[in-house]
Design a protein around this ligand. Sequence first.
Ligand code: CTP
Length: 136
Amino acid sequence: MQNRQHPLTVITFGTFDVFHIGHLNVLERARKLGNRLIVGVSSDELNQRKKARLPVYRESERLKIIDSLKCVDAVFLEESLERKAEYIRHFQADILVMGDDWKGKFDEFSSLCEVIYLPRTPSVSTTTIIEVVKAM
Ligand code: CTP
């Protein structure tokens, strides 16, 4: 029997730049694992550090797009990769979801919450969309 004081909360993180169907699929599937989905959207500065380029869409736009989705209950700006544990605790997340391109990379958080890697949608990524558009 569950003895829970808050809704079953799922948290996930990502840049979600040039929003595409792979993003929507992972968010919809993440939401179905619980009753509330919180999304940490990487800041422009974090993206610059992580991927050595700025996103196409700035953080305020990416936050607005993600926040407008039916499957998303709340968004916040992820400003540091090192603060994941803090974000998990702050939002009282029960489940951390990531695409399986991150498989194993978040296992350290399994003492705080369940860690689930969902299969990526094949053949689509922000990087390939940018490449395709550039080549046009
Ligand atoms: N994702 C997915 N399927 C895809 C692309 C992304 O499930 N085809 C998931 C990732 O695993 C992650 C989330 O979407 O959990 C956000 O990923 P992000 O890095 O923002 O998107 P990518 O398209 O992978 O971006 P990039 O090409 O810049 O790495």
